[in-house]
Write a protein that binds this ligand. Structure first.
Ligand code: BGC
Length: 742
């Protein structure tokens, strides 16, 4: 609850005794009425004051009218620790440790929208406690290449999966009066030269692949905030883009929230004024050095804009629209006295982190039933830097100061205390630094032994172990899963391939757990019986991993992206430099044109078209039980409005309770345009006891039948035959049913 502050009180006391409360302060009135009233009372400089930053992460309220400052913070996976008012230096608070939730790749891998709802709620409560009015997340850019440095922060390659997962995150956070700021809108699909990349993409790919997640966030999630991306589209930066922001987001989708610039993403006052930017943050302007103090007056939407209005170069039309949106944000957040209390590091938040982590872990391969471990009295050797390395620090703006983080090794030790004998071998040395922006892990990971010595030690110990569990993969340092750059290759770094091969050669019960937000090459796949995708799991990483490895949790995560064998199988890498990473225009290092030549064929849409069998397919994931998906049927094999309802039976045919993800893909059999072989259009997660069968109901609508028609600039569903394929992975579709759209 917030109480009237002193200024507010003075204002009220100075009103004539008989006067009513000003409308903008009257909570019985609707928000739009309150905005009208507030807007009328604001001076020009007060209006200018609310549309740009006043510190690294805050913008001004309107003190005279009793409207508090507005605070925002990263990021998608937890509330970032505070930096100083005006510098990228830790403020050194003692109350800003947080729960680190699993990265959004893991959330997407749960294929369970109710996990998104739990996630958004817990993160919202942490934000409230920390006095943050808006969280800079979720991030939902599409996974176009496994080299993308920020893929770990996003929800995978599929627009439909992303759309379904993003909506509950936003809704459950905003229910608490904390705004979500969905990012990075749009086409920010790789990191290298992110301020300079001009994306060239067909309208179809834009609408069918890159925008649906944002569209769902706006239309269904009703997001209150959206962050423009750093890069360029049609020669305008995405923080002030006349097409993506003004035309599509605001005119077409009726977005009523604020567009926030990415930090330093605004470059041009005129475009910022006219093309839909509402709040400018992080800008480095007008010759001021990067990160200079008191730069805020020099922002594009600050003094120079005010002066231009005073000189009559602009009317207040655009300004009032921006301020109206900012006020709406205030009334939804800072001025909302119904906001509940916040909690930091509560048991419930840890439980959420644990649940999402355990449910998102993907069992990729399990030859001979090596997993779950049968640990009683066994010798277990744990290998690898990622078994001990804290992963919540690093990676860029999503870096956190976690109250605690349980490493995979500690998680196993806790779970198997008194049951198994656990030993550890380092195996490889990767990144030993462990600090980001002044937050340090406090770990000393230094190990000066030579790579051969580390492998040798692991191999020797592996010979005597009943099981070997290798925790490898990527980390959050530059050129790995980290903001600002892309990976340089898809192969595992630090000589891990050699290590894994050598260990697996001497121990047939080797399990490889890959910690990353991206696919990596696995040339040794056939030599390693069990492979688990362990993501960046946050505070409860070790607990969740142990729970899956031991079998307390029956794994039910499914891949939210296609796991290619190598880069040759990736659409974005099949057209030379022009398609990735792009080519500098006119030989100058100013704009780099990157043409998405694969068009709509991203991920499984591409591998289907090229008849490529990836290492692991989109939607793939095993468990410790087996399921049968059968008897797909529909009552309406002819639809005139495009709506379809399907019924399918799922049976747990194994002997352990578990969850399956039933996935429905549509094929348009007769089409005037080239369409993907199949596209995900519905899914449901179902939990079943051994032997039980449930009938699942799935629905699709007309939009699911449609493609983006570049001729009419609209969605088009063409009459004709369609096929619905249902199963529990994109490469395990066991049932199909035909229907006709008339
Ligand atoms: C990132 C955003 C982040 C912002 C504030 C930018 O560099 O791209 O995702 O929210 O910084 O930290």
């Amino acid at each position: 609850m917030r109480h009237l502050n002193v200024l507010n009180l003075v204002l009220l006391l100075t009103l004539p005794l008989c006067a009513q409360k000003p409308v903008y302060l009257d909570e019985t009135k609707g928000i739009e009425e309150r905005i009208d009233d507030a807007l009328k009372r604001m001076t020009l400089s007060e209006k200018i004051g609310v549309i740009h930053a006043q510190s690294k992460f805050s913008s001004a309220g309107v003190k005279r009218l009793g409207m508090p400052d507005f605070w925002t913070d990263d990021g998608p996976h937890g509330v970032r620790p505070d930096v100083l008012w005006d510098e990228w230096v830790q403020a050194g608070q003692t109350n800003d440790s947080c729960v680190a939730f699993p990265a959004l790749t893991c959330l997407a891998a749960t294929w369970n929208p109710s996990m998104s709802a739990l996630y958004g709620h817990a993160l919202g409560e942490e934000a409230l406690y920390r006095g943050k009015d808006m969280i800079l997340g979720p991030g939902i850019n599409i996974y176009r290449t496994p080299l993308g440095g920020r893929n770990f922060e996003y929800m995978g390659e599929d627009p439909y999966l992303t759309s379904r997962m993003v909506v509950p995150y936003i809704q459950s956070m905003q229910e608490l009066g904390v705004a979500s700021c969905v990012k990075h809108y749009c086409l920010n699909n790789d990191e290298e030269y992110r301020h300079n990349v001009n994306v060239i993409v067909s309208d179809r790919a834009l609408r069918e692949i890159y925008l649906p997640g944002f569209e769902a966030a706006v239309k269904e999630g009703k997001a209150w905030g959206l962050m423009g991306a750093y890069n360029i589209y049609k020669d305008e930066h995405n923080c002030h883009n006349s097409i993506t922001l003004k035309k599509i987001l605001k005119e077409e989708w009726d977005f009523d929230g604020v567009v926030v610039s990415d930090w330093g993403g605004a470059h041009d006052m005129d475009q910022a004024v006219k093309n839909g930017l509402d709040m400018e943050f992080g800008t480095w302007t007008d010759g001021l050095a990067l990160n200079a103090s008191n730069a805020y007056d020099n922002y594009h939407l600050s003094k120079s804009y005010q002066k231009a209005i005073e000189q009559g170069r602009y009317s207040t039309k655009e300004l009032d629209d921006k301020v109206r949106r900012v006020l709406r944000l205030f009334f939804r957040t800072t001025m909302n006295k119904q906001r509940p209390y916040g909690f930091l590091c509560s048991e419930e938040h840890y439980a959420t982190a644990r649940k999402v982590a355990s449910e998102g872990i993907v069992l990729l391969q399990n030859e001979g039933g090596v997993l779950p471990l049968k640990p009683q009295g066994k010798k277990i050797l744990v290998v690898g830097e990622n078994a001990i390395k804290m992963m919540t620090v690093g990676g860029g703006s999503s870096s956190l100061k976690a109250q605690h983080e349980i490493s995979p090794l500690d998680g196993l030790k806790q779970r198997l205390a008194g049951i198994s004998e656990i030993d550890y071998a380092r195996g490889y040395v990767g990144d030993v630094t462990g600090n980001y922006d002044g937050v340090t892990t406090g770990q000393n990971l230094k190990d000066d032994r030579k790579p051969e010595q580390l492998v040798e030690e692991a191999v020797e110990k592996a010979k005597a172990a009943d099981y070997v569990i290798i925790f490898g993969g990527l980390n959050k340092s530059d050129y790995q899963d980290c903001e600002g750059h892309d990976r340089k290759a898809m192969e595992l770094p630090y000589g891990q391939d050699e290590l894994i091969k050598s260990v697996a050669a001497v121990n047939s019960n080797t399990v490889y757990v890959n910690i990353s937000g991206n696919a990596v090459c696995m040339p040794w796949r056939k030599q390693v019986p069990a492979i688990v995708q362990g993501w960046f799991l946050g505070s409860e990483a070790g607990t969740a991993l142990a729970s899956v490895l031991v079998g307390d949790t029956n794994p039910s995560g499914r891949l939210p992206f296609t796991w290619y064998n190598n880069l040759d199988e990736v659409g974005a890498h099949s057209f030379g430099e022009a398609a990735f990473p792009g080519i500098w225009r006119d030989g100058k290092k100013d704009i780099i044109d990157e043409e998405y030549k694969e068009g709509i064929y991203v991920g499984y849409r591409w591998t289907d078209k090229q008849k490529i069998k990836p290492l692991f397919a989109f939607g793939h994931g095993l468990g410790y039980t087996t399921f049968k998906v059968s008897n797909l049927r529909t009552e309406n094999p002819v639809t005139t409005d495009g709506n379809m309802t399907y019924y399918v039976d799922v049976t747990n045919t194994g002997d352990m309770e578990g969850s399956d993800v039933v996935q429905l893909y549509l094929t348009d059999v007769e089409s005037s345009v080239d369409r993907p072989a199949k596209e995900l259009k519905a899914f449901a997660k179902v939990s079943l006891k051994p032997g039980d069968t449930k009938t699942i109901v799935l629905k699709t609508d007309k939009r699911a039948l449609s493609f983006w028609d570049e001729g009419t600039n609209d969605w088009k569903a063409e009459p004709g035959e369609f096929v619905a394929h249902v199963g529990d992975a994109s490469d395990r579709l066991t049932c199909k049913v035909k229907f006709t759209f008339k």
